[in-house]
Design a protein around this ligand. Structure first.
Ligand SMILES: Cc1cc2nc3c(=O)[nH]c(=O)nc-3n(C[C@H](O)[C@H](O)[C@H](O)COP(=O)(O)OP(=O)(O)OC[C@H]3O[C@@H](n4cnc5c(N)ncnc54)[C@H](O)[C@@H]3O)c2cc1C
Length: 376
């Protein structure tokens, strides 16, 4: 029996991937596991190896949902309709004998000698085993309101601090907000810790918005921002370039074309509005002939490592996933069974697991969900 709080199941699937549902990824093995970070990837190893992306795709294709690969190793339904994915899972569950009860929010869970006593808004039930899959706190309008955390905490489980992740970022610098509408490709963005050490680096599209930053790279770093209560991000606008060589080129340009504007030194691959803003931020205005050593060095440093303070993300209402959750050392990674409460299984985003944009969160949710289902 599946108890669902909403009037229909899988609302989050319906809105995922911009309504197209990025079901999973083409990444496999260690490459796939690493996407979740070392500790979380290690926990997920069994689930991901037992139900890798190819098996998830096979299950969906067998249920009539044809899939295809798109940019950045992402897998989507060819129909481009998330609804097809959701409907296929509901059909598979019903065909397998599941009884689906909607508008049936679970309110209490009590283990006893013969299993569990379950209270829900649709009545009371008894169960030999229970799989909790209530999700995290992100996009609460889809039903993910963190209901599982207090239920599990009451049974002795540790819930690690939770944070919004995969969310757009707030930046309070007026000059940066004025860049709204610009999209950058091929630029490297890193989150830094308090000591200035890189936590995560992404070379994926960056979108400037009227709130600050959005798009795959900034959203991937939101969890790091939130976990640190705000942090600095570092832009490398010309990754892989040689700093000394750049400086030599700039010196030569200044000598040969002294009347040109200083921002003409910046790569033409960058949008003009951004070049102008970067030059202004470094105090690099006027003609090349007047470029001082200090300003040249500042502009060079900004080009290869501009630091921007990010106080927070836009929060759970805009976050695609929740970082933190049920402590992984209290869950058997081979079965998803609680180590504290026999017969109780935990899976999906409710666990202290999150991945970057690219189908990794569904892949983890489906793989852990399947393990829980097989062993419950
Ligand atoms: C806008 C958006 C886009 C996304 N796009 C992608 C994407 O393209 N690819 C990807 O991999 N990931 C994506 N994600 C992330 C992905 O949707 C989630 O990580 C995934 O859905 C988590 O699955 P889950 O089953 O653990 O939780 P959820 O999908 O949140 O499901 C939890 C379910 O439990 C129900 N529930 C909650 N409390 C109770 C209760 N007390 N009783 C009964 N039922 C309850 C909820 O109503 C809900 O149906 C996206 C997320 C968002 C918000």
């Amino acid at each position: 029996m599946l108890l669902e709080k909403n009037a229909q199941p899988g609302l989050k699937i319906l809105i995922s991937g911009g309504g197209r549902c990025n079901v999973t990824t083409t990444k496999i093995g260690a490459d796939l596991e690493q996407q979740y970070g070392a500790r979380r990837g290690r926990f997920l190893r069994h689930a991901l190896r037992a139900f890798p992306p190819a098996e998830l795709c096979g299950l969906l294709e067998g249920a009539g949902v044809a899939l295809r690969e798109e940019d950045l190793d992402k897998i989507f339904p060819i129909s481009q309709r998330a609804r097809d994915v959701r409907d296929a899972f509901v059909r598979l569950a019903i065909e397998a004998g599941a009884e689906l009860r909607c508008e049936a929010a679970l309110t209490a869970l009590a283990p006893g000698a013969d299993g569990f006593a379950i209270a829900s808004v649709a009545g009371r039930f008894a169960a030999r085993s229970v799989v909790l899959a209530t999700g995290g706190l992100s996009y609460p309008k889809t039903g993910a309101t963190g209901d599982g955390y207090p239920l599990l905490a009451a049974l002795g489980h540790t819930v690690t601090p939770t944070f919004p992740a995969l969310a757009p970022l707030v930046v309070e610098l007026p000059w940066l907000r004025q860049l709204q509408g610009i999209v950058l490709q091929g630029v490297e963005l890193s989150s830094l810790d308090r000591a200035g050490k890189v936590v995560t680096t992404r070379r994926r599209p960056i979108l400037f918005t009227h709130h600050g930053l959005s798009g795959p790279a900034p959203m991937d770093l939101a969890g790091d921002v939130e976990e640190q209560g705000g942090c600095e991000l570092r832009f490398d606008f010309l990754p892989g370039s040689d700093r000394d060589e750049l400086e030599r080129e700039w010196l030569a340009a200044a000598a040969a074309h002294g009347a040109r504007r200083i921002d003409s030194l910046l790569p033409v691959a960058l949008p003009e509005r951004l070049r102008t803003a970067l030059a202004a931020e470094a105090g690099a205005v006027g003609a090349l002939a007047n470029l001082t050593r200090d300003v040249r060095r500042r502009l060079l440093a900004d080009l290869r490592g501009l630091r921007v303070a990010v106080p927070r993300s836009r929060g759970y209402a805009h976050a695609e996933v929740t970082r933190g959750g049920v402590a992984l050392d209290e869950i058997d990674a081979r079965t998803m069974q609680s180590r504290l409460v026999p017969g109780l299984f935990v899976c999906g985003e409710l666990l202290d697991v999150d991945g970057p944009i690219g189908g990794f969160n569904f892949q983890a949710a489906f793989a852990t969900g399947r393990l829980a289902g097989l062993h419950a």
